[in-house]
Design a protein around this ligand. Structure first.
Ligand code: NAD
Length: 335
């Protein structure tokens, strides 16, 4: 039995997290959930965005599943997501983006993995007004974090039998900060001659991805570019409802979808649970239970390919709970 912290989150978070709990039960994943919320919903109940018992639970269990958490735009509290990533030093944000048969999209051969640095860059939260009308935000890039994420990306490429790592940057303009990032990735790349290495400037990367996504394999990026390119890449394979993710540190990991709390569809039983369910499959891989993880993926892909019980973002008319039920059934029938 593994004891895992479950943070249902805000907006669609509780709906899609409940799908995760059901699917993990269907696959007999032997998990005991410590359910403790964080974020806006938690604040409204407890007066704290990150209750102490949530921090204690993650520190003890070392593995968490997190639903999306709302962060106010332009005001209010610092992102809980960023805070947790920095606090637990889950420095690598891993986001596999792969075409799924049955999903309508102009692209069918996308199979890339985004490795986003998760602890620094403009997300260090160092910003202030210098004087009225002038704001400053500090971009922090360190040799330590850049080398660490580069090592992670190349090790990942070797372990997953990938062929190429592409470093994405804007070192033509940010010569010192992105220049340092690039120097670090370049140095690490020399240790892995079996993996091809290339560098692409981030604006060009956006165009390359929407024209030739099949050319890319593993991408390694500083935090902000990784955040933006993740959503772009999600669009290539059918949208945010489909792309899973993991925040990995040396001995703590927090699994969550790429998408946010989707306030526009929250509470309506409309959200696609796939991204969260596939994130939970990544969690099972991490826990050494790839057998259950593969069963989950097969169940999800079968339901999507059959196309009868999918949510509206995939062109279907099923609710979150109906799609979840269909996935659970597909898993049970495969056993
Ligand atoms: P979002 O990802 O929540 O939504 C963007 C669009 O994608 C919306 O139209 C939404 O309906 C759709 N979408 C997202 N997930 C979906 C799903 N599972 N099924 C179907 N459609 C889905 O991004 P946003 O609107 O920019 O952000 C909303 C809130 O989420 C903000 O407060 C933001 O800070 C937060 N956020 C949190 C996380 C996180 O917790 N890791 C990540 C991103 C954004």
């Amino acid at each position: 039995m593994n004891r895992i912290t479950l943070v249902p989150g805000d907006g669609i978070g509780p709906e899609v997290s409940s799908s995760v709990v059901k699917v993990l039960k269907a696959v007999d994943a032997e998990i005991i959930w410590d359910e403790i919320n964080g974020g806006e919903t938690a604040f409204n109940k407890t007066g704290k965005y990150i209750p102490d018992e949530l921090l204690d639970s993650i520190a003890t269990n070392r593995v968490a599943f997190k639903g999306p958490i709302t962060t106010p735009v332009g005001k209010g509290f610092k992102s809980i997501n960023v805070t947790l990533r920095q606090k637990y030093n889950t420095y690598a944000n891993v986001r596999p983006v792969k075409s799924i048969p049955g999903v309508k999209s102009p692209f069918h051969n996308v199979d890339l993995v985004i490795i986003r640095e998760n602890t620094e860059d403009l997300y260090a939260g160092l910003e202030h007004m210098i004087t009225e009308g002038v704001a400053e935000s500090i971009k922090v890039i360190t040799e330590k974090a850049s080398t660490r994420i580069a090592e992670f990306a190349f090790k990942y490429a070797v372990a997953k039998k990938r062929k190429k790592v592409t470093a994405v940057h804007k070192a033509n303009i940010m010569k010192i900060s992105d220049g340092l990032f690039l120097d670090c990735v370049r140095k690490v790349s020399l240790k892995y001659p079996e993996i091809s290495y290339e560098e692409v400037i981030v604006d060009n990367m956006c165009m390359q991805l929407v024209m030739y996504p099949e050319r890319y394999d593993v991408l390694v990026l500083p935090n902000l570019y990784g955040d933006i390119i993740s959503d772009l890449a999600a669009g290539l394979v059918g949208g945010l409802g489909l792309v899973p993710g993991a925040n990995i540190g040396d001995d703590i990991a927090i699994f969550e979808a790429v998408h946010g709390s989707a306030p526009d569809i929250a509470g309506k039983n409309l959200a696609n649970p796939t991204a969260c369910i596939l994130s939970a499959a990544m969690m099972l891989d991490y826990l050494g239970n790839s057998n259950a993880a593969n069963k989950i993926r097969q169940g999800v892909f079968k339901v999507i390919e059959t196309g009868k019980n999918t949510t509206s973002d995939l062109g279907g008319s099923s609710s979150t709970s109906e799609m979840t039920e269909a996935i659970c059934k597909a898993i049970e029938q495969s056993e």
